[in-house]
Ligand binder design. Sequence first.
Ligand SMILES: Cc1cc2nc3c(=O)[nH]c(=O)nc-3n(C[C@H](O)[C@H](O)[C@H](O)COP(=O)(O)O)c2cc1C
Length: 210
Amino acid sequence: MVEEMRVNYRDGGRINIPNNNMPLELLINWIEEARTKKLIEANAICLSTIDDNGNPQSRMVLVKYINNFEIGFFTNLGSNKASEINANKNVSGVMFWPEMERQVRITGIASLMPRDKVLDYHRSRPRESQIAAFTSMQSRPLKSLDHLIKEFHDTELEFKDKEIPLPDHWGGYVIKISSIEYWSGRPSRLHERMVLKIQGSEWSERRLYP
Ligand SMILES: Cc1cc2nc3c(=O)[nH]c(=O)nc-3n(C[C@H](O)[C@H](O)[C@H](O)COP(=O)(O)O)c2cc1C
């Protein structure tokens, strides 16, 4: 079955890096283009961390903050990914937009996001998301789905007519990018790949075989 599945890429668009020292500019443009095209979860990234046994662990998170050198996401600070980052700050990630025939891979160094940025984002979230973040002990064993739903409603009652405070166990991480690879699909598997890497304070650019 899977051996018969095949996509012929046509045109992910040429990769153009006008300024090496703005390594995430194209990523910002690609995410914006995906958003304009109304692609679902256009800001989702598969984030990999390293656990205590040296095993890579991957999961999706949403990129909620981006500038020219950093991307950021929010999560539970007691989660597996958080304890993995606290022990080893080296992370990598990959984003893929099949409809646009584009992929982006990043590596970088993760660090805790300042609390004032987390608070700003927390305040901007829908109340249900705030309650869910307050209630969830992400990545810990859960008795049953009913138990989670009950805890959600208990939190809702506890804070009836009040603001949901920013929970201590919820926050964000910022990834300072050390390399980024742009991939764009082309006919006959002649895809385009361009890697930007930081070397000292300069960004180098290199084209790779597909
Ligand atoms: C599309 C998508 C987006 C997600 N975004 C987030 C996110 O922004 N933050 C988060 O903590 N979990 C997010 N999750 C859930 C994670 O993939 C994961 O299940 C959870 O964070 C626990 O991971 P961990 O045990 O490795 O810490 C998302 C899942 C999906 C499918």
